[in-house]
Design a protein around this ligand. Sequence first.
Ligand SMILES: [Zn+2]
Length: 262
Amino acid sequence: MKKYRLLVTVIIAMGIILIGTLNPITNFHKSTNLISKGIIQKDDKEKNNKEDEKSFLICIDPGHQKKGDSNPESVAPGSSQTKARVSSGATGVGTKKPEYILNLEASTVLKHILEDKGYRVVMTREAHDVNISNAERARFANEKKADVVIRIHADSLANSSKTGASILVPSKDSKYTANIYEKSDKCAKSVQEQMKKAGIQVNGVFERGDLTGFNWSQVPVILVEMGFLSNYNEDQMMSNPDYQRKLMQSIADGVEEYFMTK
Ligand SMILES: [Zn+2]
């Protein structure tokens, strides 16, 4: 009897194994697994899209435009003091290139580098023949709720020997910008550090309480003066695509560092 019982047990066990491999329920499980994997993948996609939406937004403001506009606008919200809406900017001493052209050229390089890093970028202008005042540029970035604004300019002085980049930030002591000073300054310091690392001459970070484009800003903002158009060599350098890319890469790296430690 014991032998039979063993034999019956073995046969039943084999039967169970055999049914197990052919069992349509197993196949059903396999396909449900695939479906659920598909759903998981879809969920991941949606999550990534949401993360994209959450990615930092940078507003780039290429300084000036083809024609300045000397009509007045308030230098700050509610202020009776006025300044020209937007000036026409400087011109390269050697290249004869107007600043507004150089600024947009460099800004476009910066835009692509930042987008490659995965950031969202908006520009106050992508053409020369526009009329957007400095206050309007700031309000544009406010409306977009930009995480930071990078204003791109080039310097000019009567003293043609002066060289180097400068980074301007809103004033700590101004009632208009005290609340955005700290973050702006932090971003400026990161950009300065990355510029120095790239071997670019930087003269420092300077507070400015007199700039309309800063006073109207409700979001952190820095202004990069890339160098001096009044210096023959630096004027040439700023129009050199390799130097331009190196300079913009260092700004992008600085912004990235700022976001990472924010
Ligand atoms: Zn300028």
